[in-house]
Structures are given as C-alpha cells and as structure tokens.
Design a protein around this ligand. Structure first.
Ligand SMILES: Cc1ncc(C[n+]2csc(CCOP(=O)(O)OP(=O)(O)O)c2C)c(N)n1
Ligand SMILES: [Mg+2]
Length: 328
C-alpha cells in the first residue's frame, strides 16, 4: 500500500475521524492505567498501547450491519462501533452502569448485540468460532453482512484458531480474521512458539489469502481490511490479515513487562501508531497544530466525563448477582 492509495478513498473528514478514534483510544487507555495504579479499577486492565491502529483501522472498514468480535486489545473497535466511553469506564470500574452491570470488571464478556458487537470470549481464541458462526448465519440467510474478528500471536497456536480458519475456508464464510501479532503472549516471545516468520502464511494451508500489514499504520490496516471485507461480501470467503505490531507495555497493568528487551521497545516506540499517523497527516497538509490541540481537548473532556460518570454510578447490589446466570 502506498499512502496515496488509501488517501484517495478517504475524505479529509474520514482522516480526522480515524485520528479522533485513535487518540481517544490512547487517552482512555492512559487514564485506565492511571486509575488502576491509584487502586480505582478493581479488576485487571489490558494495555492497548501499540494496538490503536489495528483496532481502529480495521473496524473503520465495517458497514453498519456487519458484526465485530473483538479481543482484549480492541478498545478502539468498541469505541468506534458505538460503545460509549461512559459505559466502558463504568464497566472497568465494576458499576451498574457498565456493560455487564457490574458483574465483571474488565473486557471479559464485554459486548452488545444491539451495536453488533459480540462479547469478548475469555478462553482464547474463542471469539473466532463465534465470528465464523455469525458469518455462516449471514450466508445462510442470504444477508450481505460480514463478521470481523481478532486473535493474537499466542492465540494462533490454539486448536480453536485452526478449526475456525479451516471451517471458514471450507464454507467460504464471509469473515475477516485479524491477527494482532504483538510479538508476545504474556511473557512468551514469538520465537518460543513459532518457527515461521509470518502467521499470515498459514492461510495458504487452508486455501485462502493471508496478508501481512504494518499494524502501526492505520491507513494500511484500513485498506487491507476494506479489501478483505469486499471479498467476503462478494461471496469469495475469508481473509487472514496479520498486523505486525509491538505490545508496548506489560500484558495487563499488573505486569511491568520487564522481560521485554528495552531496545526492542525503543525501536518500536519510534514507530508509535499515533506518531506515524500524525506525520502522515502533516505530510498531506491535512492537520494543523490548532486542530490537533482542539481534538485533544475534546477527548480529554470526554475521558474526564466518563470517569465522573462511572464514579458517580452505584456498585451493583449483591442480591442481583445471580440475575441472568444460567449455570453455576
Ligand atoms: C485458553 C486460554 N488460555 C490462557 C488464557 C490467559 N491469557 C489471557 S491473554 C493471554 C495471552 C494471549 O497472547 P496473544 O494471543 O498473543 O494476545 P496478546 O495478549 O498478546 O494481545 C493469556 C495466556 C486465556 N484467556 N485463554
Ligand atoms: Mg500477543
């Protein structure tokens, strides 16, 4: 992809919309980290830093009726698809106004079918078979809808990943698989679990295209996803897009990630997805200092508002905790 190709299909408004979602994702995540360190987040919180271009660039390619099955580093997809900062912050803080009404305190299970967001499934990579199932339902009903889902490099070694890729291929399911290759699965580096260079190469074994993109380039991610969505909608079946990136902080905020070599992080920090995109926009003459400052002010106010809303919301009542629980 060249910058020019993606830019041709996007208006200036589109470019700024992408910028907004990426910077909101970063600001929201930075605030969650701060709140976690202050003891104001009762559960775990997964770092999103380094993943913003993937979750935002890919979900920006979705049509209104398409579904997304995010994983734990896809805050950008949740936000972009309409889950409000208030609701997500209340979820992180375990309040009744959160997505699970205080039954869980992080992204586990976080979804809303009215927004076409399938809840994140904790055992990895079980959002994949769900997305394939949704895609098969669309195909069966003759609906021109597509399912988009995500999995990590570590998750790519699990059986459910291979079963999902194979079944999607055999049934030509309208599904797009995004692999977020961030070099680590908790403390396990890639070299400990892969002998191939690209996870995308595995798609050939199932008989469909596998593409490698720079996961820190939001326009590259968007363009690849858009092409894969169009292919799925035409009835030509799945695509695997491997987005190469780096998990810039620990696995979650309880983990200092000190096992990750410092020079690797330094190298990737020069390719931070927000910096890359800001540079691209400035090179295009599509961003001024004033615009960026105004955008960041608006985002900071939104994040402040989300925290105020969450902290003003009540904790769930103990007697409600079994409501909607069907098996114990
Ligand atoms: C089946 C299963 N085993 C273990 C876990 C605990 N776990 C949560 S995230 C994670 C690391 C996953 O690594 P990867 O797929 O590379 O995604 P990343 O966290 O790096 O984005 C692990 C081991 C889990 N959720 N499910
Ligand atoms: Mg990983």
């Amino acid at each position: 992809m060249t910058l020019a190709t993606a830019v041709r299909s996007l208006t200036r408004d589109d470019l700024h919309t992408l910028l907004y979602w990426m910077r909101l994702t970063r600001a929201f995540d930075d605030r969650v980290r701060l709140l976690y360190n202050q003891g104001r987040i009762p559960g775990a919180a997964f770092s999103q830093r380094g993943h913003e271009a993937i979750s935002v660039g890919s979900s920006f390619a979705l049509g209104p009726d398409d579904v997304v099955a995010p994983m734990h580093r896809d805050l950008g997809a949740y936000l972009l698809r309409g889950m409000t900062p208030r609701r997500i912050m209340a979820q992180m803080m375990g309040r009744v106004t959160g997505v699970s009404r205080g039954r869980d305190v992080n992204t586990h299970g976080m979804g809303d079918l009215s927004l076409n967001i399938i809840g994140y499934v904790s055992p990895l990579p079980d959002s994949m078979p769900l997305a394939v199932g949704a895609a098969l339902a669309f195909q069966y009903r003759g609906e021109a809808r597509v399912a988009l889902t995500y999995f990590g490099d570590g998750s790519s070694s699990e059986g459910g990943c291979h079963e999902s890729l194979n079944l999607a291929a055999v049934w030509r399911a309208p599904v797009v698989f995004i692999c977020e290759n961030n070099q680590y699965a908790y403390s396990t580096p890639l070299s400990r679990q892969l002998t191939v260079e690209n996870i995308a190469d595995r798609a050939a074994g199932y008989g469909f295209p596998g593409i490698v993109v720079d996961g820190n380039d939001v326009l590259a991610v968007y363009e690849a996803t858009q092409a894969a969505m169009a292919r799925a909608r035409r009835g030509d079946g799945p695509t695997l897009i491997e987005c190469k990136t780096m998990r810039m902080l620990g696995h979650a905020y309880h983990d200092d990630g000190s096992y990750v070599p410092r020079d690797l992080l330094d190298e990737w920090s020069r390719r931070d997805p927000l910096l890359v995109y800001e540079r691209q926009l400035r090179d295009l003459g599509a961003l001024t200092d004033d615009e960026l400052a105004a955008l960041d002010r608006r985002i900071a106010a939104q994040v402040d508002d989300a925290v105020d809303f969450a902290e003003a919301s009540p904790w769930p009542a103990g007697e409600d905790c079994l409501e909607g629980v069907y098996a114990l």
